[in-house]
Structures are given as structure tokens and as C-alpha cells.
Design a protein around this ligand. Structure first.
Ligand SMILES: C[S@@+](CC[C@H](N)C(=O)[O-])C[C@H]1O[C@@H](n2cnc3c(N)ncnc32)[C@H](O)[C@@H]1O
Length: 252
């Protein structure tokens, strides 16, 4: 596993570094940089898939080594999570028709982004996170797998800017990370069209084998109260779908 991630790390850095060479109008010799091989020369008719971090002014070359994110990514993607996270059942519960524009907000490793995108042959999945390394990780997977309907976004932790015309925002295990959930949800709701849905999954209160410490969990009543104060209507609650988490569906 370590070897695979070491190789991935090199590939990731390359994937995110290539556009720097391409977007640099000065000859490579002037910068003392390596001349890019023919395969990565810029063709204006077919622009490269640029690293989403660069568009936001972050130099991907200055990110933490990929190995440092390995533990968190492995934790999120661990095989045993399937037993209680039931990703296929969760995606089925979203009742997607296939043409929607879905935002996976706080996408992490993309645990849900990829299976959701599979259900959107005519739609688009936006995978957004506040961690540049997560954005880089998903971006690389998207490129490596040649996936056409996933776009990756680096967002602000307090005031995320949403893509236009989102039909559904999916937020799994993120709300307890947010500093001011009311302001955060208010800002998100304001950017959605009427009729858009927000699906939230958060850990149930109580001593459970998985989940964050009790001190950071939000009581279901509190979560619903906050969402309603942001102009959202509770459409349904799926309390039995998952053993350790509640699933709330809100509508604007
Ligand atoms: C526990 S992980 C969940 C990841 C993914 N949703 C899943 O279920 O596998 C929480 C994620 O939320 C992200 N996050 C933390 N604060 C955030 C914020 N204010 N806005 C958006 N994402 C945030 C973290 O970077 C992390 O990737």
C-alpha cells in the first residue's frame, strides 16, 4: 500500500505541476526549468485539465507530501466503513434521475463523489472540500480514471461559493466540522434555486463504535432547528437507514 501511495504521490505532483509549465509563456530555459516533453506541450485547441488548486492561486508544489494525507484518506476509504456507511444504499436514497447537478460538500477523499457521479450520466458532480490535498487527491483520481462528469473545487470553510443551479447538496459528516453551522448553511441555501435539496448525514447522539466525540455532535432537534431557520423545509428523515447516523432531506 505504501509503495502504491508513493507512486501516486509522484504522479499527483506531476499531474498538478504540468499546467505550470504549460501556462508559462517564457521559454523554459529562462526559468531554469526542465523543457516539458512533447506529450505535455500546450495545445490551445485542447487545453489540459488544469489542477483546480492553481486556478485558486495555490501552488500545488507547496502542498504537504501526499503521504501525509494517506492516513486520513485510508481512514475515510477503509473497506470496513461500507458495513455501516452503506454507500450504495445512501446513493439510492438520493433518488437521482441522472441529469442533476449535485454538490458533494466536504467531499473528503471522494468516498461518495464517485458513486454519486455514476448515477449522473447526464448530470454533473461537483466535489468540494476546504483541504487542498483532498482536492488534489480527487482531481487525480478523476483524471486517472478519465471521468468526465466530476469537477473538483477548493472552497472557503466559512463562505463556500457554490456552482450555479445546483439541484442537490450532499453533506456527509461535515456539519460537526463547521465553526458556525447556521451562517454556513444560510450562505449555502441563499445560493440555491428554489426547490433544491440539501441532504445531511450526521452521527446520532450516544456512545457509538464510530463517529466523532460526543462533545462535537449536534442533536437532531438542533440540526433541524438550524436548517429551518435558514429557510429550509424538512422533507424527510431516514433514521433507520444507517446504524450510526441520521439522514435528513431538506428542501429550499
Ligand atoms: C469526516 S470527512 C467526510 C468526508 C466525506 N463527506 C465522507 O463522508 O467520506 C469531513 C470532510 O469535511 C471537510 N471540511 C471540514 N470543514 C469544512 C467546511 N467548513 N466546509 C466544507 N468542508 C469541510 C474536511 O476537509 C473533510 O474532508
Amino acid at each position: 500500500m505504501k509503495l502504491i501511495y508513493s507512486l501516486l504521490s509522484v504522479t499527483l505532483l506531476t499531474a498538478c505541476t504540468v499546467p505550470a509549465l504549460q501556462s508559462n509563456n517564457q521559454p523554459a530555459e529562462e526559468k531554469g526549468a526542465m523543457t516539458p516533453p512533447d506529450a505535455i506541450k500546450h495545445d490551445p485547441a485542447h487545453p489540459p485539465i488544469d489542477c483546480p488548486l492553481r486556478k485558486q492561486g495555490i501552488d500545488p508544489g507547496k502542498l504537504k507530501p501526499f503521504e501525509q494525507m494517506e492516513a486520513y484518506i485510508n481512514f475515510l476509504d477503509q473497506e470496513s466503513r461500507k458495513v455501516w456507511q452503506k454507500p450504495q444504499e445512501v446513493v439510492a436514497a438520493m433518488q437521482l434521475k441522472g441529469h442533476e447537478r449535485v454538490l458533494d460538500l466536504g467531499a473528503g477523499s471522494g468516498y461518495f463523489s464517485f458513486p454519486i457521479a455514476e448515477k449522473l450520466p447526464l448530470g454533473r458532480l461537483f466535489a468540494a472540500d476546504v483541504e487542498p490535498e483532498m482536492v488534489r487527491h480527487i482531481h487525480h483520481k478523476v483524471m486517472a480514471q478519465g471521468i468526465k462528469n466530476i469537477e473538483v473545487l477548493l472552497i472557503d470553510p466559512e463562505k463556500p461559493k457554490l456552482p450555479e443551479n445546483i439541484d442537490l447538496v450532499f453533506i456527509c459528516d461535515v456539519l460537526h466540522h463547521v465553526k458556525n453551522p447556521k451562517d454556513w448553511l444560510t450562505g449555502i441555501t441563499a445560493q440555491l434555486p428554489i426547490g433544491a435539496q440539501i441532504h445531511i448525514i450526521e452521527f446520532k447522539p450516544g456512545d457509538l463504535p464510530n463517529g466523532p466525540p460526543e462533545s462535537v455532535k449536534m442533536a437532531p432537534e438542533k440540526l433541524i432547528e438550524i436548517a429551518q431557520s435558514c429557510g429550509l423545509r424538512l422533507e424527510k428523515r431516514l433514521d433507520e437507514l444507517l446504524p450510526y447516523q441520521n439522514y435528513y432531506v431538506f428542501k429550499k
